[in-house]
Design a binder for this molecule. Structure first.
Ligand SMILES: [Zn+2]
Length: 273
């Protein structure tokens, strides 16, 4: 399986399918939980795979994405089924000038009427990244990993510093994979404008954010599989933390000094330990 930057629509859809399977295997996308999108700076030809076209209002204004194309999962679809039937589960959106509306391209096989209800947060995060960098392709992923979400129900883990110092101490690589740490936003109504704002701000500073009492959102350049990796790393860290607590906290994890040494050795800047 390749995780390099996909160059065509079917390659992007293939990677969405692989990410959907990985999240489902990890128990982070039960039923219709979770959603995924990819933003492509230079639009690809959509009409052959997605011949149906409808004008739509975008749920969040994105003037900086005008002319760009997104591939996004449909509302109520199962991420684990994207691999076997991408045309039934994903759509393309090309953003119109002004960034308030778009053209929605779907297949006759589409099993949904609208794209994911979290599309507003996806758009805001893509908008930030595509404007502040020259990446050709940017990906956003929302999932609900069990241990990370469970810990986010405890008040102390809603403190960003506490959560990071607890979770990033179990494996030497975790801090290297996410030197900015994990962002945390309080519980906000799914799909709400407030969640969009908080997510956008947190994902400016981090590559992954915990939505307290709900799940996570991750972003990555080049491939949705890199965003899915981040979720796996964070969820593995939360699983260690959960098991350690469950067994009466016998382990202290890597010490702050050890983690600082690791970062020095790999020349990674971090501000958590
Ligand atoms: Zn959710």
């Amino acid at each position: 399986m390749t995780d390099s930057t996909p160059s065509g629509l079917s390659e992007i859809a293939f990677q969405l399918g692989q990410a959907g399977l990985r999240l489902a295997e990890a128990g982070a996308a039960e039923g219709a939980a979770g959603n995924m999108s990819v933003c492509v700076r230079h639009p690809l030809e959509t009409a052959s795979l997605f011949p149906q076209v409808n004008a739509i209002e975008l749920p969040h204004p994105v003037p900086g994405l005008a002319g760009m194309m997104l591939m996004v999962t449909g509302s109520g679809r199962r991420l684990r089924e994207v691999a076997e039937a991408p045309l039934a589960n994903v759509a393309c959106v090309v953003v119109e000038p002004g960034g308030k509306s778009g053209r929605l391209f779907t297949s006759p096989q589409a099993q949904f009427k609208r794209v994911t209800s979290e599309f507003n947060s996806h758009l805001a995060v893509h908008h930030d990244r595509m404007r502040s960098s020259d990446v050709k392709l940017h990906t956003v992923l929302h999932a609900q990993p069990l241990h990370l979400t469970l810990l986010s129900h405890q008040d102390e883990y809603q403190d960003e510093k506490f959560l990071n110092r607890r979770l990033l101490r179990w494996q030497p690589e975790t801090i290297l994979n996410m030197p900015e740490g994990i962002g945390v936003v309080p519980f906000l109504l799914p799909g709400s404008a407030q969640l969009v704002v908080e997510t956008q701000l947190s994902l400016r500073e981090h590559r992954i954010v915990v939505w307290a009492r709900h799940g996570v959102m991750a972003r990555a350049d080049d491939s949705i599989l890199h965003a899915s990796d981040l979720i796996e790393y964070a969820e593995t860290a939360a699983h260690y933390e959960f098991l350690n607590r469950l067994s009466g906290e016998p382990g202290g994890g890597l010490s702050p000094e050890e983690i600082r040494d690791i970062c020095r050795m790999w020349n990674v800047k971090q501000g958590i330990f």
